[in-house]
Design a protein around this ligand. Structure first.
Ligand SMILES: Nc1ncnc2c1ncn2[C@@H]1O[C@H](COP(=O)(O)OP(=O)(O)OP(=O)(O)O)[C@@H](O)[C@H]1O
Length: 620
């Protein structure tokens, strides 16, 4: 059972196509409601560029009509001159100059609008990517463990460039709509019935365009999981993290084959859709062509009986041709806009996902110093994607100033307990009290500010050595003295002193001039992060797993003196380390089975004593 506490994300709330890939007409209509919100976003990104873009496009929209009218007059004037050589050519030249000026203006304006589209698109892409990153950072860890959340994040992320294209589409559509209206006005002046004939004949292809675009969106949406799998396989087959194993275990063939299987299926679905779309679209375009040519014949007849001039003929044909392509283009674009608007639903939906770990309106001030400590009252926790209890029936108090070690076999629930303590998750049952009040009553940022913590799966940031330490407390990024002190405390100082650029050395091999460290060296650097804060609590989750025996001994000597007045939680599989703790909690299948000092637990001759003996035997 999933509880609200565990971050019941509104995965499908307001999302079109709740059953993967299915999209109803209503969904499509609703998606258009995203456009005003989208416009607001664009306007916020750059009011100036948005305004200039719209302004130029409105001017540009009038040019086709001016050109067609001037073109008609040029032809009529030229024919007049051929019939009467005495007429001056001045007016004809004037018209030609105007026509030429319009062409130049059109070129300049369309270059200007595409430049602005590009700049605005780039700004929008960067802005929305930042928004996604910022929002993702506010979400709970639990949400990152939910595959539906990942799908949503992926769709929101994927469409960053799509949103820039949507922007161009919307602006172009505004421009084309104005042009279409002006051209329709020309047709109305000549003959009213031309418009309904053209409109009816073009309807099937318009519907086709909308229908297939919606289908295309549904197809892409239903392939999100598959595409994520392809991304993962590409990463697994090509990343530096996997390169060693991929070679030693000859995994590339396996990954490639799996990639092929999935990609072939996705391709086949795309091909089936593409072929169907092409055949049906070709057929439904025929009525449009028939409508156009009937009007064409009618106009030619009018010229033959002398009701229209040759100039009128060119004007009308030019108008109808332009209208045809503008309407077709608009239909394509409008359905692309509809599609883009539906993707916007994914984008805006992502921002609807709210974190369930909330800060109370009037949080309690974090106690300084902590008086009675952290009390676990029958705490139990289940991960969102699991039916098993990772922790259950936890009842104990972490006293202020105490050094508490957590031991237990793999999967016993040690890391989970620590994650509950720092409120990365909230308990599924029971509660954790700090100085007698539920941890939920405190500000989560205060809690985390009071914890110096380093996990076993720490991150190897491809940043400088100083920055790698400062991530433990970014407020002190510029405080070189503190960074160096933290490095000394974690024994990272001697490693960094040997680096070519010392504290300014970029670590890792991702970037040019990066310097790769060994596993243990990385661990010492990461460990320094825990010492960057003057926190009341220090938590080290297997901080020395990659360290050699001498380093480990030294690290803990220092750890004891640094944390003398602090509360410390330590997870380790090494009993030589664990025995330094004041008390040891032994976990098994998520539950506490023993608790006491090293000596007490040895006397009990229980699981701790057994594991201790086992490890001691290994050293004999
Ligand atoms: N993100 C997760 N989603 C689902 N289950 C998880 C997740 N993380 C851990 N678990 C499960 O919770 C249980 C406890 O895991 P935890 O990481 O707390 O163990 P641990 O005692 O720290 O193990 P180790 O000594 O191997 O680090 C395990 O059975 C594990 O499979």
């Amino acid at each position: 059972m999933k509880t609200k506490e565990q971050g019941d994300t509104p995965d499908t709330k307001n999302t079109p196509g709740k059953k993967a890939g299915r999209l109803t007409m209503r969904d499509r209509l609703i998606s258009y409601r995203n456009l005003p919100r989208f416009f607001k976003l664009v306007w916020k990104v750059s009011p100036r560029l948005t305004f200039i873009n719209l302004f130029i496009r409105i001017l540009q929209a009038a040019i086709p009509l001016i050109m067609l009218t001037v073109g008609k007059q040029i032809i009529d004037e030229a024919i007049k001159i051929t019939h009467d050589q005495s007429i001056s050519h001045d007016y004809l030249w004037e018209l030609i100059v105007i026509e030429f000026a319009m062409v130049i203006l059109l070129i300049v304006m369309s270059k200007a609008t595409s430049l602005i589209d590009e700049l605005l698109g780039e700004k929008l892409t960067n802005n929305t990517t930042n928004m996604i990153m910022a929002h993702a950072a506010t979400l709970d860890l639990v949400q990152f463990e939910n595959s539906l959340f990942y799908d949503k994040l992926e769709r929101a992320r994927q469409q960053t460039t799509g949103r820039a294209i949507l922007l161009t589409h919307v602006f172009s559509q505004i421009q084309d709509t104005i042009t279409i209206l002006s051209l329709l006005a020309v047709l109305v002046m000549f003959s009213v019935w031309i418009i309904p004939v053209l409109a009816i004949s073009i309807l099937p292809s318009l519907f086709g365009e909308f229908y297939f675009n919606a289908k295309n969106y549904s197809l892409i949406r239903s392939q999100t999981q598959g595409r994520r799998e392809l991304d993962y396989l590409t990463l697994a087959g090509t990343s530096d993290n996997t390169a060693k194993e991929v070679r030693l275990f000859s995994l590339s063939g396996f990954f490639i084959q799996r990639f092929k299987n999935i990609s072939v299926n996705l391709y086949k679905a795309k091909r089936r859709f593409g072929v169907k779309k092409s055949i049906i679209s070709s057929l439904i375009n025929i009525p449009g062509a028939l409508g156009f040519y009937s009007v064409f014949i009618y106009i030619v007849e009018q010229v033959l009986v002398g009701k229209l001039s040759v100039g009128d003929l060119t004007l009308l044909l030019g108008t109808i041709r332009q209208l045809g392509s503008l309407v077709q283009g608009s239909a394509k674009r409008l359905s692309a806009v509809a599609q883009g608007a539906i993707y916007l639903t994914d984008f805006f939906d992502f921002f609807e996902i709210k974190h369930s770990i909330v800060v109370p309106p009037n949080p309690r001030p974090f106690p300084s110093p902590i008086v009675t400590g952290f009390t676990f009252e029958n705490v139990g926790f289940k991960y969102i994607n699991s039916d098993r209890w990772a922790n259950r029936h936890l009842n104990f108090t972490l006293r202020p100033g105490e050094k508490l070690a957590l031991v237990g076999e793999n999967g016993a629930g040690k890391t989970t307990l620590v994650k509950l303590l720092v409120r990365l998750y909230d308990p599924t049952e029971g509660r954790i009290l700090l100085d007698g009040y539920d941890l939920k009553e405190y500000n989560i940022n205060d809690i985390r500010a009071q914890m110096g913590i380093i996990f076993q799966d720490f991150i190897r940031y491809q940043l400088t050595a100083a920055e790698n330490i400062a991530v433990g407390n970014l407020a002190e990024l510029k405080n070189r003295e503190l960074i160096e002190q933290a490095a000394r405390q974690s024994l990272a100082d001697t490693i960094i002193e040997r680096l070519p650029a010392k504290y300014d050395q970029i670590l890792g091999h991702y970037f040019d001039k990066g310097f790769e460290l060994s596993g243990g060296e990385w661990q010492k650097v990461a460990l320094a992060r825990a010492y960057m804060r003057d926190s009341q609590i220090v938590i080290l989750d297997e901080p020395t797993a990659a360290l050699d025996a001498r380093s480990e001994y030294e690290v803990f000597q220092r750890f004891s003196s640094i944390t003398e007045k602090k509360t410390a939680v330590l997870i380790s599989h090494r009993f030589s380390t664990v025995r330094m703790a004041d008390r040891i909690v032994v976990l098994e299948r998520g539950e506490i089975i023993e608790i006491g000092s090293h000596e007490e637990l040895l006397q009990q001759e229980g699981r701790y004593a057994e594991l201790f003996e086992l490890q001691a035997l290994g050293y004999k």
